[in-house]
Structures are given as C-alpha cells and as structure tokens.
Ligand binder design. Sequence first.
Ligand code: THU
Length: 150
Amino acid sequence: MTEVAGQVLIDAARTAAANAHAPYSNFAVGAAVLLTDGSIVPGTNFENASYGLSLCAETVALAAVNMAGRLRDVVAIGIVGGMIRGDRIEGTAPIRPCGRCRQVLNEAAQVGRRDVLVYCGSATGDEIERHDLSDLIPYAFGPRDLGVVV
Ligand code: THU
C-alpha cells in the first residue's frame, strides 16, 4: 500500500468528519474504509444525548461496509479527529482507534483473512501514522475463536 493511498484515505476521512454529530464532546471524527476494488466508504461519529451510546466513526463506516455486503473486502482505514471550533475542526495530533473500534476492525480483518492497515491522522496536521491492525490489537479474540472463520 502506497503512502498516496494513506493520504487519500485521510483526505476522505477529513471530508467525512465535517458531518460529525458531536455536540456533546465537540470532538469530530471521520473514518474512510478502503475496499479491495478501490472504493472508499466513509463514516463519522454519531453522538446522542445518552452520551454512552454514541457511535464511533470507524464503527459507523464498517457497518455501512457490512450493509453493502463487503465486510470481507476491507483493506485499510483512515481516521482523523479534532475539536470542533465554530465551523472548523482543529487538531494536529494523529488519533488512533478506540478499543471497541479495534475489536470491530478485527472482525473485518479475520473474515477477510488479511491484516488491515490503519492510517491515523489529524484534522489539519501533516503527520500520518501507519499501523497494522494486528499491532493495535495483538492476540485479538475474534471469529476464528468461534469457528466462524477457519
Ligand atoms: N470517537 C470515534 O469516533 N472514534 C474513536 O476511535 C475514538 C472516539 C468519538 C466518540 C465520541 O463521539 C468522540 O470521539 C469523543 O470521544
């Protein structure tokens, strides 16, 4: 995977973050999932008044991928986040997926039988981290343990 692909995913995640519904945390997150055919599926965080039942951007994007019947085809994901200030999203430090999102990503990785690349970026900064999902969630419990993937 080229770094060009990483930048494309970060750009798509930034576009998605603009649609965040995050009036409680004021932290907008965007995600963009790359599939085997080159298509990109976006997601953004979707908070609600219960706070605790909020949906993360990565999970929203992966649910859309699954709904399209493409869960086995996930190659990579780009993630960005930053504080909402007026009509801008600000932040230069790359953000990494939360623990729950790592578990959800692992579902896609195991059913697709490939490690997923995770590009972590920020709202406005240039730095992009590139991780293998298996490094972010080592020794993961997953569908393989339940015999769903053999
Ligand atoms: N959030 C995500 O969307 N993805 C993550 O991986 C980390 C956190 C969201 C949840 C909440 O809406 C806001 O960021 C602040 O935690």
